[in-house]
Write a protein of this length. Sequence first.
Length: 610
Amino acid sequence: MAATLPSQDDLIQNPSLSLHESSVEMAPPTAGPTGEDASPENPKEPPPEKASDVRRRSFVILSFWAIALCFGVPIWWITTSIYRANLPLSDMLDWADGKACRPVFPLSIAIEASSLQDQEAQNLLRQTQHALDDLNDFSGHHLRLQLAPRSNDAADKQGNQELALTIRLTPGESTAAALDPNSAVLDVTYPPSAVPSASSSTSSLASYIANELRSTYAEEQSIISYLLSTSPGASEPRSKALSPEVAESLSKRTTRSMRYAPTFHLTFSLFTNGAVPNAWDIEKAIQDYMQPALSPEVAESLSKRTTRSMRYAPTFHLTFSLFTNGAVPNAWDIEKAIQDYMQPMLDVLSPIHNFTMDTQVQLYATPGAQADVLGKDDLASFINAAEWPLSPSIGGAPTINFVLFVGNQTVGTEPGSENSQSWLIPQWGTVYLQSLPPAVARVSSADLKQPMLTFAGHLLSLLGTPQTGSLPLRLSTLTRIRSADLLLRASSTLGSLARVSQALPSISIPGSVADGVAKTMRHLELACASLGGLEGLEHARIAEAEAERAFFEKSMVGQLYFPDEHKIAVYLPLLGPVGVPLIMGLLNELKAWKKRRRERAEAEAKKKAQ
C-alpha cells in the first residue's frame, strides 16, 4: 500500500498540518532475491560488464602502450642517444706513456780536415766517434761524425743534408777550440804531433774534440733530458724494440759496467815519473767535469727556464711601448731601431716563429713603484696595469711586451755592484729604465740601441733559447727543444683524452674528435721520424694543435658539467604524469583479466560437477 501524503493545497490551508500528523502507510517489502541482495549485509552489485566493453577497454590500454613502445621509445632513443666515435685508446695511451716513440735527435757533424791525409782523417774520425760514444750518457742524442767531402760536387750534395755543426781542423801550435759566432762552425787548431797514427787506438786530439762536442751540447742534453724526465710517461720504457746499433752499444755497456752497489768509493790518483808535477786541481776538475748531468742546481735552473719561457706558439705579437712621466719625450725612432737591432734576429727566428709588431707612446705615465732605486719587491708592482694600456693578445697570438720607461729610476742589485736598468718578467716581457736629459723630445735610434739589444736578448730567453753557444747553434737547439716539447705535450693530451673517454662512458665523442686524433697520431709519427729539423718541428706543431682541438671539442666539453644525476630532474617531471596512468591502467587491466579467468575456471568446474 502506497503512503498517503498531504497535498500542497492542504499545507497552504492548514499550516499546522505536518507530515507527522498524516497517515503514512508503507507497503511491506516484496519478497524475492532483489530485496535480499539490497540488504546492508549484501550490497547490490552492478550488472555484469559486456564482453565488447571489456575488449574495447583492453584495446584502448594496449594501444596506448603500443604507441609508447613502438613510437615513443625509439624516438626518445634516437634523439637522446650519445654518439661515441671509435678511438684507438690503446695507441693513444701508448703515446702518452712513451711506448710509441723514443725521442732521438740524430745530429750530423761534419769534419773538415783538408790538411790531413784520407787515412789520417778516417782514423781520427773513428777514434773521435768512439770517444763520443763512451762519453755520451744520454741515449736521446746521437752525434754522428762524418768527413766533409773535399770536392765541390760532393760538397753541394752534402749541403742538401742538415748539418748541426761543422768542425774545421786547422794546424797550429797548440790545441784550442772556438765557436764561430756567426755560423755553426767549431774551429779547432791542433799541433802536428797530435794527429793519430794508423796503428794507434786512442788520440789526444780525438779525446779533445769529443770533450768539446760534449760541452757544446751539454745544455741541450740537459734541457731535453729534463723534458723527458718531467713528461707523464717518464717512468715507462720509451721504446718497443732496439735497433741493432743501440743493442750492440747496450751490450758493450753491460759488459764494462760494474754490478750495482748502493755506494761506490772513487779514488783519484796522480802518478809521475819524476818530482813534478806534484800538485793538481782535482777538486775543481771534479766539480766541473764529474757532476751529474741533472744535479739539483741544474734541475732548478731548468725549472726556472721552463717557468720563464713562453709556451710555444707559431706566431708572437711584440708590443713596444714608450712610457714617460712627463710631456717629453713624446716621439721615438722605434722603426729604425727595430730595423737595425732586432730585425736581423727576427729573420733568423722566422723558421721557428712568426712575429707581428705594434708600438705606442704614453705620456704622464705613473709607475706603480715611485722609489728611485727599485728593490725586488718594487719590481712586481712597477707595472701600473690599471692605467697603462698594455693590451693582451692581439689576433689570438700571445703578446710579448717591451716597455721603455723614461725616468730617473734604476734597479737595485747586490751590494757592491752597479745598479741595473732592466729586468725580465717571466712569460710577459721586459721593462727597461732609461734616463734622458729633460729637454729631449725625441728618443733617437742611437739612444734606443742598448734597450733594443736588451730586448733582443730577453726575447731569446722568453722563447726558451739556451744561454750558451753561438746564435746559430742556440737557434738549432731551440728547434729541437721545441720539437721535443710539442711532441710530449701532444702525446700527453692524447693520453688525457683516452682516460676521459674511459672514465665517462656517457660523454659523446663526435666524429671530428676521432678525425683529430687520427691526424694527431699521423703527424706524431712523422715528427718522431724527423726529430731534430724544421720538418719535425712542423709536424709536432700540427700534432699539438690537433690534439688540443680534439680534447677541447665544444660539444664534448659541455657534457662534462652535466652529471647523470641531473637527468633524473629532467625526466621525472615529464615521465611522471604520463607514466603513472599508463602503469596503473595496465596493472588494473591485468588484475581484472586474472579475475575473469578465475571466474571462468570456477564456472567450468561447477558445470563439470553437475
